[in-house]
Design a protein around this ligand. Structure first.
Ligand code: URA
Ligand code: CA
Length: 434
């Protein structure tokens, strides 16, 4: 078999065989196929698309490119949750303790990732001393005893995806449904959970810009999961404006703590309850969605979810004093208000621009080696649909560098679209795909 022939076949719009896909992934992982040939193949896939069979084959080839986790030592049905990526997405930090507080084992492997803010793993490091590198046995023991562990994804899990994703990132081939579906599902399948709830984001701040393409991606991922015996549900949710109010690492941790204390932003709580209730359904605790929602809300009201967060952070070595007293979290030197220069209604908040502003303040990474500033970011004060008057505070910039803070203020004003007419017909939850 030759890589040249595989590229030619895909370029001509034909379907690749299982053997051809395995050949490409095995040899690329080993370093025997150069990036330039894979780049050409990726671009052919981008233009000619992949069939469902090719997408499944690619997923399984990437699963088999490295280790797969055997979690059979963990009692019960293990659930995992994954988001396709958005701006200010704090859901895992809230959901995981809520679901675990119901006695359902939550096993979560998270990435650091490049992007506007760090990944869940980076955010958790806002708790001083928190360790994201548990041994496999510690990971299993923690889930068995307290029902929750969140660790960094190891390098041996779906290594083919790691290489491919990095290459897609620099060859403009990220936003293809088959490539995203196989990338996400290969990691989820290798990470060993029995059931998976996916949060597929749609809107300006997401890979999928339209509801149609988000549906297509959701259906493809659910199909792949079910085909390999993992119960999979995908929630399609809005990413046309940032989720919640906080965008940044420690700022999102504080927002998560406040939500678990019953003082969270409405949209963030609603999405957490929607995703969480589907995790509860998949765990088999109940078959009634309304009952699942009530059970989850009760974990907040009773304080059990907040207690679970403390237990979880403590078990992984983190300082829990900042959960009771959030002023102990990392704080920025400057907090600068951004004020409205126009009266009207907020009709749009450009999610992608907000993400970039947070990144320029230091909340995210542009290269793997960048060090994140946990303290900086943005806290929105007005969201889509809100009425504003001249002089009202739209948002607060949290900066450690005065010049970066000033620049962020200028950019943030431009991210808010204020109009005379109120229009807010974008739903938070578009659909749920089973
Ligand atoms: N998240 C992933 O893990 N992979 C993609 O391709 C896109 C989002
Ligand atoms: Ca948020």
């Amino acid at each position: 078999m030759r890589m040249y022939d595989i590229i030619l076949k895909k370029r001509n719009g034909e379907e690749l065989s299982t053997e051809e896909i395995n050949y490409f992934i095995e040899n690329y992982t080993k370093g025997d196929v150069p990036d330039y040939q894979v780049s050409a193949l990726l671009m052919s896939i981008f233009f000619n698309k992949m069939t469902s069979k090719e997408t499944s084959d690619l997923t399984m080839a990437m699963v088999n490119s490295g280790d797969t986790l055997d979690l059979s030592q963990i009692k019960g049905i293990k659930v995992d949750k994954h988001s396709t990526g958005g701006v200010g997405d704090t859901t895992t930090l809230i959901l995981a303790p809520m679901v675990a507080a119901l006695g359902i084992p939550v096993v979560k492997m998270s990435g650091r990732g490049l992007g506007h803010t760090g990944g869940t793993i980076d955010k958790l490091e806002s708790f001083k001393g928190f360790s994201v590198n548990l041994s496999k046995q510690q990971f299993i023991n923690n889930v068995n005893s307290i029902k929750i562990a969140v660790v960094a994804q190891t390098a041996d899990l779906a290594p083919a995806d790691k290489k491919l994703y990095a290459l897609r990132d620099v060859t403009a081939t990220v936003d293809n449904i088959s490539l995203i579906a196989s990338s996400v599902m290969s990691k989820k399948i290798a990470a060993g959970a029995d059931s998976i709830v996916l949060d597929v984001k749609v809107g300006e701040g997401a890979f999928m810009k339209t509801s149609e393409s988000a549906h297509e991606l959701a259906k493809e991922m659910v199909r792949i999961g079910e085909a390999v015996g993992r119960k999979t549900i995908a929630v399609i949710s809005d990413m046309d404006q940032p989720l919640g109010l906080a965008i940044g690492n420690a700022l999102e941790v504080e927002e998560a703590i406040n939500t678990l204390k019953g003082n969270g932003p409405k949209d963030l709580l609603e999405l957490c309850i929607t995703l969480g209730s589907n995790m509860v359904i998949l765990s088999g605790k109940t078959t009634n969605l309304d009952e699942a929602k009530t059970m989850l809300m009760n974990t907040i009201v009773s304080g059990k979810a907040l207690d679970k967060l403390k237990e979880f952070v403590n078990a992984q070595g983190g300082d829990i004093s900042c959960i009771d007293d959030t002023t102990r979290l990392p704080k920025a030197n400057y907090i600068i208000p951004v004020v409205a220069s126009k009266t009207g209604y907020v009709t749009k908040i450009h999610a992608e621009q907000i993400g970039l502003i947070a990144m320029e303040l230091g909340a995210g990474r542009t290269t793997k080696e960048d060090v994140i500033d946990l303290a900086v970011g943005i806290v929105l004060n007005k969201k889509r649909g809100d009425k504003v008057e001249v002089g009202d505070v739209l948002a607060f910039i949290h900066a450690n560098d005065r010049d970066k803070g000033k620049k962020a203020v200028e950019d943030l004003v431009k991210s808010y679209i204020i109009s005379d007419l109120m229009e807010n017909n974008i739903p938070l939850i578009y659909d749920i795909v089973y």
